[in-house]
Design a protein around this ligand. Structure first.
Ligand code: BJW
Length: 229
């Protein structure tokens, strides 16, 4: 990586799979018979808020029993040691990058441990269940907190910051994502257009693998530490 100064790393569910967090589109990709596309939408929340709150309450509770794996730890080491600009753009709503020690992390699809009050618009740190309609710590309104998660049809967070980082990058690395969901799936094409070197690490070739200069196939827990060393 001698000629590389600035790096953007996109991560997806596959980087947390070896920690025991379910992916969305693998064999374990259904939750109680529902596809993610059927529970992660504003329409689903309006139709059946209890179902959607339960989906996120269960996944938030699951965070207590999972730990970062070798891939999260390798990225945290890279983040700590890399002298140039580096940004981990994660589609994941878990906190495993942070718990591994990474600092430069952007959650473009939101976070399980954050709630959004639809009454006062505040974002609040949240560790407990949202089912049952607890009051907002900021304004006191009951039953108005929703998971602070970007659902289908909603705008992912901090797109301008991501675009700026891609424009400055010399290297774009994608880890553990199927390339099925936009706009993240389009970052590789933006990077190619900008002349940025691109590398993918995934258990199988992703939907966008033809766009990468290099695709490495295997477990993130093995490939990412090898790449970082
Ligand atoms: C391993 C491994 C191991 C396993 N090691 N690898 C038609 C065409 C194009 C776009 C659209 C369209 N119709 C609608 C859209 C837009 C839509 C979209 O993309 N839909 C697609 C389904 C087609 N996108 C949106 O609506 C987004 N918003 C938007 O577009 O706003 C407008 C806009 C306009 C202009 C600019 C910007 C925006 C919002 C998308 C929100 C996504 N939300 C979700 C759920 C919420 C979070 C949550 O509940 O957790 O986010 S969906 C779900 O998919 C989740 C993930 O972050 C996201 C991506 O999934 P990911 O991470 O790739 O996981 P998997 O399971 O798909 O793949 C895992 C991979 O890992 C696999 O390949 C495995 O092989 C691999 N793997 N173990 C390495 N050990």
């Amino acid at each position: 990586m001698a000629d590389i100064q600035n790096i953007v790393i996109l991560t997806g569910a596959g980087i947390s799979a070896e920690s025991g967090v379910a992916t969305f589109r693998g064999p374990d990709g259904l939750w109680e018979g529902h596809r993610v596309e059927d529970v992660a939408t504003p329409e689903a929340f309006a139709r059946d808020p209890e179902l959607v709150q339960t989906f996120y309450d269960q996944r938030r509770a699951k965070l207590r029993s999972v730990e970062p794996n070798a891939a999260h730890r390798a990225l945290a080491r890279l983040d700590a040691e890399w002298p140039g600009e580096l940004l981990v753009v994660t589609q994941n709503v878990d906190d495993l990058h942070e718990r591994a020690g990474a600092g430069r992390v952007l959650h473009m699809h939101g976070e399980l441990k954050s709630a959004w009050c639809l009454a006062c618009d505040a974002r609040v740190r949240w560790e407990e269940n949202l089912l049952g309609g607890p009051p907002c710590p900021s304004c006191g309104a009951s039953g108005r907190l929703r998971p602070d998660i970007v659902w289908f049809g909603e705008m992912p967070y901090e797109m301008e910051r991501i675009e700026r980082a891609l424009h400055k990058a010399d290297l774009f690395v994608s880890i553990g994502t199927s390339g099925a969901v936009y706009p993240a799936a389009g970052f590789v094409q933006t990077a190619r257009y900008l002349g940025v070197r691109t590398l993918e690490m995934n258990l199988e070739p992703s939907q966008g693998s033809i766009f990468f200069h290099e695709s490495r196939v295997g477990l993130a827990g093995e490939l990412v530490p090898q790449w970082v060393e």
